[in-house]
Design a protein around this ligand. Structure first.
Ligand code: HSE
Length: 340
């Protein structure tokens, strides 16, 4: 079958997956028999375009890079109408994350699933706030709701727990889950000022649309919630995870850590305790330089699963970035393809 892919949101990640799909078309067909067309793109800044035979992605990429509105294949359908009425088989929801309401992504996801269309998303809103509802909708309408990119971009975490690690009981998941703050802490150690490094992280495409979500720890809190519920079946709400970001860390704190042979890291953790309770938090911690997490620098993330059968399994890799998060979308698209 030829997959008909639609993108909601044509920002950093939307353009990242588009470039991957354009550049690896032959490889993906030859290696996996994965054939596709991008038939729809909905973006509130550039417009909604649809062509059931496939869009001119080079043109859309060029126009978006130049911050120009789309000109070809424009439709007057609203985004929700396009989601429900097009011939798209899998929608990639790549709009900005809103961790208060989940919107507008949550409505996009509901509409797609109700229409029996698969959703692949790196948007943390629907996954952290409405996972059970979305999975129930997917089941009812015989569609998939896949969210690998919500935690550590394209570095496998959720699919790792669900795939190769299946059969283990995972009692704890912890690590560095936010690329922006890890990058900032790394650069601040070199003497760069807080505002300067934050601006750089935004320019590199690591930070959320509103970077408060990164520096206050809310982004990492969403990821802890997702890990708790999906990997550990904890059934917690985002508000059950205590949170403290990096905004109060001063150059003096950084110097103090260095003096003690330590380094600040923003750690996210969820643990199933022996009494059945769940302990979940995000907070800055001074980590001994000899600890493996201390060596994880820049926008790189790291996550350790504490399991019953293979003890601690740690995965280290990119936690943000255009192509790195774009790959998380590809990995779930391939999961859908393999399921056919
Ligand atoms: N803003 C996020 C980060 C992007 O810095 O990790 C990936 O979720």
């Amino acid at each position: 079958m030829i997959h008909k892919i639609g993108l909601i949101g044509f920002g950093t990640v939307g353009r990242g997956i588009t470039e991957i799909l354009r550049d690896k078309k032959d490889y993906l067909k030859e290696r996996y028999g994965f054939e596709y067309k991008i038939v729809a793109v909905a973006d509130f800044a550039y417009g909604n375009v649809y062509n059931e035979d496939g869009l001119d992605m080079d043109l859309l990429l060029k126009q978006a890079e130049n911050k120009e509105k789309f000109t070809r294949d424009l439709v007057s359908l609203s985004t929700l109408e396009l989601i429900a009425q097009s011939n798209v088989t899998t929608w990639c929801e790549l709009t900005y994350t809103d961790l208060e309401t989940g919107g507008p992504a949550v409505e996009h996801v509901r509409t797609a699933l109700r229409a029996g269309k698969n959703i692949v998303t790196s948007n943390k809103g629907p996954a952290a706030l409405y996972y059970d509802e979305m999975m129930a909708l997917a089941k009812t309408h015989n569609a998939r709701f896949l969210i690998e990119g919500t935690v550590m971009a394209g570095t496998p975490t959720l699919n790792l727990a669900d795939g190769p690690l299946a059969g283990n009981t995972i009692r704890k998941a912890y690590g560095i889950l936010n690329g922006t703050t890890n990058y900032m802490l790394s650069e601040m150690e070199k003497g760069m000022a807080y505002e300067e490094v934050l601006a750089k992280a935004q320019k590199l495409g690591y930070a959320e649309a509103d970077p408060t979500g990164d520096v206050e720890g809310y982004d990492a809190r969403a990821k802890v919630t997702i890990l708790a519920n999906i990997v550990m079946g904890a059934g917690i709400r985002i508000s059950d995870v205590s949170v403290e970001g990096i905004t109060k860390i001063t150059p003096g704190d950084i110097a103090e850590a260095q003096k003690q042979n330590k380094r600040w890291k923003l750690i996210g953790s969820v643990e199933l305790k022996d009494d059945g309770s769940i302990e979940a938090y995000v907070k800055p911690m001074m980590i001994d330089l000899s600890h493996p997490l201390a060596g994880v620098m820049g926008a790189t993330n790291a996550l350790t699963f504490s399991t019953d059968l293979v003890q601690d399994v740690t995965i280290v890799g990119p936690g943000a970035g255009k192509i790195e998060t774009g790959f998380s979308i590809l990995t779930d698209l391939l999961r859908i393809h393999k399921g056919y």
